[in-house]
Ligand binder design. Structure first.
Ligand code: ADP
Length: 162
C-alpha cells in the first residue's frame, strides 16, 4: 500500500510556498493528492477550474503528485482516497491556532486519520495567497513567488505588473 497524503487547501492561487511544502512531503509520502477545495464559504479570486489548472501545470514535473477537487467533509474525501494523512503547512505562529482547531476537529470526525504538519522553507514564511493577491492587485512585482503559469494568470487579471 503506498503512503498517500491529501494536501487540502484553497490554492487561490498556488504559490512557491505550497510547492516547497509538497517537495518536502515527497520525502515522506509515496503519493500526494493536492485537493483543491470548492469552498462554499470562501470567496475566491480564481474559479475552481482555474485553480486546478494552475496546480496541474505547476506540478507537471511530479508524477507522484496528482490534483483533484473536493467538497464536503475533508476526512470523508481523504479516507475515500485511502490517505494515511492530511498534510498542512505551518508558516508562522499565527497559523497555529487555526490549524490546531482544524486538526482537532478532523481527528474527532475521523480518529484514524492523522494530520501531518511541515514547516515551509524560510524564504516562504511570509507568503500567503491572500497577501500575494493584495500585492498583485496594486501592481506589485510578485515574480519569483509563484510558478510561471500563476504569474501569467495574475498578469491577465490585473494588467501589467511592474
Ligand atoms: P486554506 O484556505 O485551507 O488555508 P491555502 O491554500 O491558503 O488554503 O493553504 C493550504 C495549506 O498550505 C495550509 O496548510 C497553509 O498553511 C499552507 N500554506 C500556505 N502558504 C504556505 C507557504 N507559504 N508555505 C507553506 N505552507 C503554506
Amino acid at each position: 500500500m503506498p503512503d498517500i497524503a491529501v494536501y487540502p487547501g484553497s490554492f487561490d492561487p498556488i504559490t512557491n510556498g505550497h510547492l516547497d511544502l509538497i517537495q518536502r512531503a515527497l520525502k515522506i509520502f509515496d503519493r500526494i493528492i493536492v485537493a483543491v477545495a470548492t469552498n462554499a464559504f470562501k470567496k475566491s479570486l480564481f474559479t475552481i477550474e482555474e485553480r486546478m489548472e494552475m496546480c496541474r501545470v505547476s506540478l507537471a514535473d511530479y508524477p507522484t503528485v496528482s490534483v483533484d477537487t473536493f467538497d464536503g467533509l475533508l476526512v470523508k474525501y481523504a479516507t475515500g482516497q485511502k490517505a494515511r494523512a492530511i498534510l498542512r503547512g505551518l508558516r508562522a505562529v499565527t497559523d497555529f491556532e487555526y490549524e490546531f482547531q482544524l486538526a482537532m476537529m478532523n481527528r474527532r470526525l475521523e480518529p484514524e486519520l492523522e494530520t501531518v504538519f511541515l514547516m515551509t522553507g524560510l524564504r516562504w514564511v511570509f507568503l500567503s495567497s491572500s497577501i500575494l493577491k493584495e500585492a498583485a492587485v496594486h501592481g506589485g512585482d510578485i515574480a519569483g513567488m509563484v510558478p510561471e503559469i500563476v504569474f501569467q494568470k495574475l498578469r491577465e487579471k490585473f494588467g501589467l505588473l511592474k
